[in-house]
Design a protein. Structure first.
Length: 254
């Protein structure tokens, strides 16, 4: 059954192969239901970017299309990808202090093998008042079951560390990492990063990403039904912490 639901473009491909990232970009564009999810996220990102001039950096841009929303966006990837501007490691950013007004990550933070190094580097590269904007998987009672038993990426809520083995740029990950850093270990985060303030964490999307099939599976719903499912999820807002699978995270450099 699971093999039948797999998207034919990425079936049997190595997740760490850059060609898979390019195919995923194609899949997002061709699946209307999935594209609308990204449009929701990108609209939030665009609306949260501070006013005024300044450079905006996106990490892990390979499969996305945020550059359609943010003019002059600096796109990056950890491996060669013809559609991005810079190849770089998020833990070793080749930029001067205070260069950026925003650093953006969409489903990227949980792939960074050392969260402490990244947060230190991102903070160094942000100007005062600059922001880190993330859309990341989140741990709830519902998402725990999905990520633990139905998802292919590593998922470890009990690890005492903010690190994991860097086995590959995409295969190496911990889907629980954003929740660990910004919820389970929130007191530790606040004590270590006094210059980074958590402005908001909004937990959302308990069902629509599953219905979209993501970038690996076939879509279970047509694009025109997205508005209905989105409204249905909004009715469940009071239970978002128990049901949500993703979180929009906004940090500000003090």
């Amino acid at each position: 059954m699971m093999n039948y639901l797999k998207h034919p473009l990425t079936r049997n491909l190595d997740i760490d192969d850059p060609r898979t990232t390019l195919l995923r970009r194609q899949i997002i564009q061709q699946k209307p239901f999935l594209r609308k999810i990204y449009e929701d996220w990108y609209s939030w990102i665009f609306s949260t970017i501070p006013q005024g001039e300044g450079i905006v950096l996106e990490l892990g841009s390979g499969a996305g299309f945020l550059d359609e929303y943010v003019p002059d966006l600096i796109t990056t990837e950890v491996f060669y990808c013809p559609l991005v501007k810079i190849i770089m490691d998020a833990c070793f950013m080749p930029f001067t202090d205070g260069l950026f007004k925003v650093i953006i990550l969409v489903n990227v933070f949980h792939h960074i093998p050392n969260a402490r190094i990244f947060l230190r580097e991102a903070s160094r590269c942000l100007r005062p008042g600059g922001k880190i904007l993330m859309v990341e998987p989140w741990v709830s009672m519902w998402s725990y079951l999905v990520y633990r038993y139905l998802h292919h990426e590593p998922f470890n809520v009990r690890t005492p560390n903010w690190t994991f083995s860097a086995s590959g740029p995409l295969s190496g990950s911990n889907h629980a990492l954003p929740w660990i850093v910004f919820d389970r270990d929130i007191k530790l985060f606040k004590s270590e990063y006094t210059h980074l303030a958590i402005e908001s964490i909004n937990v959302e999307k308990p069902f629509v990403y599953l219905l979209s099939g993501g970038v690996s599976m076939k879509s279970l719903m047509p694009g025109y039904s997205y508005r209905f499912w989105s409204k249905f999820e909004n009715l469940l807002g009071r239970w978002s912490r128990e049901l949500g699978m993703f979180a929009r995270i906004e940090l500000t450099r003090l």
